[in-house]
Design a binder for this molecule. Structure first.
Ligand code: SIN
Length: 288
């Protein structure tokens, strides 16, 4: 079975398409290990022509770690680990329509996300991915050394608090406002990947509020610089979905961005999100 897996790189910085595997069935340990190896090596992997029920998607995801239940997005009835990411023709805003790393606003951020395409617009709706390992590699030794000493504060406050703007505008998605204080969590600005040892930048425009110990105004210049740098075209790949496509990305080294260029059409995806195992403890900080 492992021998039938074919892995083809899709871009210079990240991304590989894997064929020769049916994700719906029980997978041998060796196949799961090969997929995991491809994920950490290529940072985002793609599969085509899959047919997955929500239960099968949960079973596939669970081979890589415990599945996350999103604190603000209501999961499927009876299967809370499955997020339905839907943009109806009448919706203006899409879910994930800005560069981010999933769940960096949690104390223990998700390690991976598995997205399955159920229904797609006739055109558009691609997803962009950007390698934060490549973004780190391209920095000067001086800035690398500085960033390695710094932590950043992440929070869901911009996206999901009552004051957050995007949550209310997402239309049909079952996105709840956070009930009260959403918490702030500190993560290193440079993550050392626990499986590959490769370093990657770990800040993102959606959830990173400031550098720990710095004022928001002091942090802004450096974070703005990094947010610009981290999406440089050479660090990216773009995935054009078809019904039955699956993308599996490593949130520890990849940003992603769901394009919203299909006004008036429907797009329906299902996501399961893999938590670390065991969970790592992170510091919780008070609001600034
Ligand atoms: C997400 O941010 O998980 C959504 C990505 C997409 O719908 O392409």
């Amino acid at each position: 079975m492992v021998q039938s897996l074919k892995i083809r790189r899709t871009s210079g910085a990240l991304g590989a398409e894997i064929s020769g595997v049916d994700l719906s069935g029980p997978l041998a340990d060796g196949v799961v290990a090969a997929i995991r190896q491809a994920l950490v090596e290529h940072q985002v992997i793609f599969f085509r022509d899959q047919i997955l029920t929500p239960t099968q998607q949960v079973a596939f995801g669970a081979r890589f770690g415990p599945l996350n239940i999103h604190p603000y997005v209501t999961g499927m009835a009876g299967q809370p680990e499955v997020m339905e990411i839907i943009k109806e023709p009448s919706d203006k805003i899409n879910f994930g329509g800005g560069w981010h790393s999933d769940m960096s606003f949690l104390e223990t951020p998700a390690i991976g996300s598995i997205l399955y395409a159920v229904e797609l617009p006739e055109f558009g709706g691609d997803t962009l991915f950007s390698s934060q390992a490549a973004a780190y590699d391209a920095l000067s030794p001086g800035l690398k050394a500085t960033l390695e000493t710094l932590n950043a504060v992440h929070s869901a406050s911009r996206e999901y608090s009552a004051q957050g703007t995007s949550a209310q505008k997402r239309g049909s998605m079952q996105v709840a406002e956070a009930d009260g204080y959403v918490g702030e969590f500190v993560h290193p600005m440079v993550l050392v990947h626990p499986e590959t040892g490769r370093k990657a930048l770990y800040v993102n425009p959606a959830f990173t509020l400031r550098i720990d110990g710095w004022k928001t105004s002091e942090s802004k210049a450096l974070l703005d610089y990094l947010f610009q740098h981290c999406r440089y075209e050479a660090f990216t790949t773009r995935f054009a979905w078809a019904k039955g496509s699956v993308a599996f990305w490593d949130n520890r080294s990849v940003w992603h961005f769901a394009l919203n260029d299909y006004a008036g059409q429907r797009r329906h995806m299902r996501r399961v999100t893999v938590d670390p195992w065991p969970k790592m403890a992170r510091a919780r900080v008070a609001a600034e």
